[in-house]
Design a protein. Structure first.
Length: 246
């Protein structure tokens, strides 16, 4: 069965989620692909609690992000998702902008709680569809959220992986480096290196990112889309070809 890139990325993230024991996942406001991955895990039977900040009805939070930060600070969020206008080889994130401080050359959306969540969540999956030297840089212009910390600095977790439109990287905080874990169909090691601004290791068993199974695609286009139609109608129409009933 043919599939879209967004479906491959959702399935890849779902497999990363299932690779580590996870009870509670928080998903930010503009994250339809990570949200699809989380719902896929749920529909496959994983006993997950999902806190979806962008959900229009049934949102567990009544006071916006304050409750999310409280939960995370208490160690009750196992997994969060973050991206960046720039991401470098040490998993540092830049959500501020490029050029000299305060990053006025190109402006990004802003850091908000990214640094807090990066430190306090049990682990983080980094996600960015665009995989280019413009985004994946040798060193971010400004650090919104650091990927590693000095000894003695308390943080619960680090990046588990970086999922892009071209590949999946695993992150190794003890080395402060990414390793290439799998390459999406149509890409090669050479094309990944050419489009990545930072150096990275290559896992000995690196291969092609496994394609979604027919069962996974059926769940994404059916039960998962049912859960997402209200919150992400444009995404569901574009990727799954479904629209909300009038």
């Amino acid at each position: 069965m043919s599939y879209r890139t967004e479906e491959l990325l959702a399935v890849s993230i779902a497999r990363l989620i299932r690779a580590v024991p996870t009870a509670h996942i928080a998903v930010g406001a503009a994250s339809p692909i990570p949200a699809a991955a989380c719902w896929l895990c749920v529909k496959q039977g994983a006993p997950l609690r999902l806190s979806l900040l962008h959900k229009r009805t049934g949102n567990p939070f009544t006071d916006g992000s304050r409750e999310l930060f409280d939960l995370t600070g208490q160690g009750r969020v196992d997994l969060f998702f973050l991206g960046g206008g720039e991401i470098d080889g040490q998993a540092n994130l830049n959500l501020i902008g490029t050029g000299g401080w305060p990053g006025m050359e190109v402006r990004f959306p802003g850091s908000f709680g990214s640094a807090f969540m990066y430190f306090m969540a049990g682990r983080t999956i980094l996600f960015r569809e665009e995989h280019s030297p413009r985004v994946l840089v040798d060193r971010v212009a400004h650090i919104s959220a650091p990927g590693i910390s000095e000894p003695g600095v308390f943080r619960r977790g680090h990046a588990q992986a970086l999922v892009t439109g071209r590949c999946v990287f695993h992150f190794h905080p003890e080395k402060g480096r990414f390793s290439l874990a799998s390459i999406h169909a149509g890409e090669t090691l050479e094309s990944i290196r050419a489009m990545t601004g930072f150096d990275f290791d290559v896992a000995p068993d690196v291969g092609e990112t496994p394609a979604p199974t027919d069962e996974e695609l059926a769940l994404l286009r059916g039960a998962v889309c049912d859960e997402m139609l209200e919150t992400y109608p444009d995404f569901c129409a574009r990727v799954f070809g479904r629209k909300r009933a009038a």
